[in-house]
Design a protein. Sequence first.
Length: 217
Amino acid sequence: MNEIQRAKIVLKILNQTYPKIKVPLESRNVFTLMISVLLSAQCTDVNVNNVTKQIYPKYYRPEHFVKLGRKRIEKLIKKIGIFRIKAKSIYNLSKILINKHKGKVPQTFEELEDLPGVGHKTASVVMSQGFGYPAFPVDTHIHRLAQRWGLSNGKSVIQTESDLKRLFPKKNWNKLHLQIIYYGREYCKARDCYGISCKICTSCYPKRIKPIKTKKP
């Protein structure tokens, strides 16, 4: 079985398992979506949502966060990992959005990735979930699963993104990256499936016996 055949199996099982998918991070607009994705680094979506549900009803525009100031932002997000670094990024990117983009979130990868705390993965989520632009955000979890399922060799997150974009139709990208995340959390966990027990793993590699070790990006 080659990678194209495995990709077809993956897509079929994911569409059967998650015909409809919900964006896991709660947001009020594209700006708050970007903030939530930034906050989710080294933190669970549940924790981010628990924190932001106290914030977004009142603060949801760059002007609000600039007015708050860095120290008050720190207090609002202190339950989230590396909150001081994230507060600094939120404050600085809010100022840039006001000064350079008239308070609006830019709609290009280049401009997004120029913002403090916004890497390629965050920019990809904003472009796909915020603006509906075809993108394939790849985090460490998708990187791990792509190796287990024989869709990428695991050399880097960048390589994994390129491989997945090559194997799957562009029209599926935005939904697919969320389906993979949900499936990994529910059925193909890092310390549970090990590449030998879930439906996708057993369908793609029916003869696999030993647990597979995945390369970290």
